[in-house]
Ligand binder design. Structure first.
Ligand SMILES: [Zn+2]
Length: 429
């Protein structure tokens, strides 16, 4: 069956904006993107007079369980917040609580146009619950298997052999369904030997390597005390910093570390609101991009942000980099949208499959309503997406050709039941 999506603008990301466009989807693939009058016949058509279609957004960093802990320990510095608010609660979360948290987080992501989600899960063994929720919800899911070995609270620490065994099990069980990759929590929380072993595991299976990198200066200093090296310096020395390396946050990097990231063609995951929320600093995104690092975007977990809203992240990324550089063109709207789509796709090795609206790519498509209160008389579709739009403007979310969300209704998640159960559970009390 051929399904057509007619919109005012199709923002392809890879090849400009098409006005009065039609996107045709067949099965899980995009079959056509172009002028409406040249589009082939369709069996079913979605019509959006003021619609702006964009590629599904790639939210490169989540901790989905944190949707159970919104505003839990507000206005604390990163390490204080982790040790007093988050770490004591995570090990106690039950499977059901984890399931509800994951579905809440996925639903909030979908409503904000994210069709690909990377969840860094840690602190309890319910990885399978998160993976099952991703499959059930129909999103493109990845789990970075979190690992604390040293420094952190005792209940959170694990042994490398058990972690590797668990990663093998998850990798086999979810092959073709949910991507699994290593997730040392921060370089300071895992020994050098284990950091290298995890890298070997990733290389053997062709997965990416994913860690929080240079998040707050305090956690960097924990590593400096141990190694005499900062986060990216250690990754480089251990031979881990390469094209398959994903450094979440990448805030407190020295100019030398920025160069190392660039030379390696590594990925930085920019989470501007989270970085501001816990006062980590401003990530050197412009410098990283200039030296050749790949830039992607994310919300981080809801407990160090307040909400999962990729539109807000894109806007804050641009305005923050503009003011930091004193240059209004430092990180433009199109740069933020590129990072939130193709940048994420590249990070995950999926640039031939997702990240842009192109014939032959997977049908991960989001339609926004520029006829909304926020969008009416917006004169630039890319400007609208980054500077004016919010999740309220999202009309349609499609992943792999399947509709996940349409006009306020979730098609794969019973959100009312999830919200009711979340209130009954009342986590954190
Ligand atoms: Zn994080």
């Amino acid at each position: 069956m051929k399904v057509g999506i007619r919109v005012k603008y199709a923002v392809t990301v890879s090849s400009g904006v098409v006005e009065d466009a039609c996107i045709i989807v067949e099965g899980s693939k995009i079959k056509y993107v172009g002028a409406e009058e040249l589009a082939p016949e369709c069996d079913k058509v979605y019509e959006y007079e003021h619609g702006v279609a964009i590629p599904g957004l790639v939210n490169m960093h989540n901790h989905l369980f944190q949707n159970l802990l919104k505003n839990w320990g507000i206005d604390l510095e990163l390490l204080d917040w982790l040790s007093t608010a988050i770490w004591p609660v995570v090990p106690k979360l039950t499977r059901e609580e984890m399931r509800i948290g994951a579905l809440l987080g996925i639903a909030e992501n979908v409503r904000s146009g994210a069709t690909t989600i990377v969840d860094m899960h840690y602190g309890n063994p319910h990885f399978d619950v998160v993976a099952d929720a991703m499959v059930e919800a129909g999103i493109r899911g990845f789990i970075s298997r979190g690992f604390y070995e040293i420094e952190a609270r005792k209940e959170l620490r694990e042994r490398l052999d058990r972690v590797l065994e668990n990663m093998d099990d998850l990798y086999e069980e979810y092959k073709g369904k949910v991507g699994i990759m290593p997730g040392p929590m921060h370089p300071c929380f895992v020994s050098n030997e284990s950091l290298v072993e995890l890298h070997r595991w990733a290389k053997d299976r062709g997965t990416k390597y994913y860690t929080h990198l240079a998040e707050s200066e305090r956690d960097v200093q924990l590593l400096v005390r141990r190694e005499g090296l900062r986060d990216a310096e250690l990754m480089h020395k251990l031979g881990i910093l390469d094209r398959d390396f994903i450094g979440v946050h990448s805030v407190n990097l020295t100019p030398r570390e920025v160069s190392l990231m660039g030379q390696a063609r590594a990925t930085a995951v920019h989470c501007p609101l989270s970085n501001l929320y816990v006062a980590d600093g401003i990530a050197p995104i412009v410098a990283l991009k200039r030296v050749g690092a790949n830039i992607s975007m994310a919300t981080d977990g809801a407990a160090s942000n307040g909400k999962l809203d990729m539109f807000a992240e894109m806007k804050v990324a641009t305005v923050l980099q503009k003011v930091a550089a004193g240059d209004v063109t430092a990180f433009k709207a199109e740069d933020a949208l590129e990072a939130a789509t193709l940048g994420g796709a590249r990070a995950l090795g999926l640039e031939d499959e997702i990240g842009s609206l192109e014939e032959g790519k997977e049908a991960d498509i989001v339609v926004l309503d520029m006829g909304s209160l926020a969008g009416t008389l917006s004169h630039d579709p890319v400007g609208y997406v980054v500077y004016s739009a919010s999740p309220e403007d999202v009309r349609l979310v499609m992943s792999k050709g399947r509709v996940l969300y349409e006009d306020g209704h979730f098609k794969t998640i019973d959100v009312r039941a999830v919200l009711r159960r979340a209130r009954e559970l009342g986590i954190g009390k």
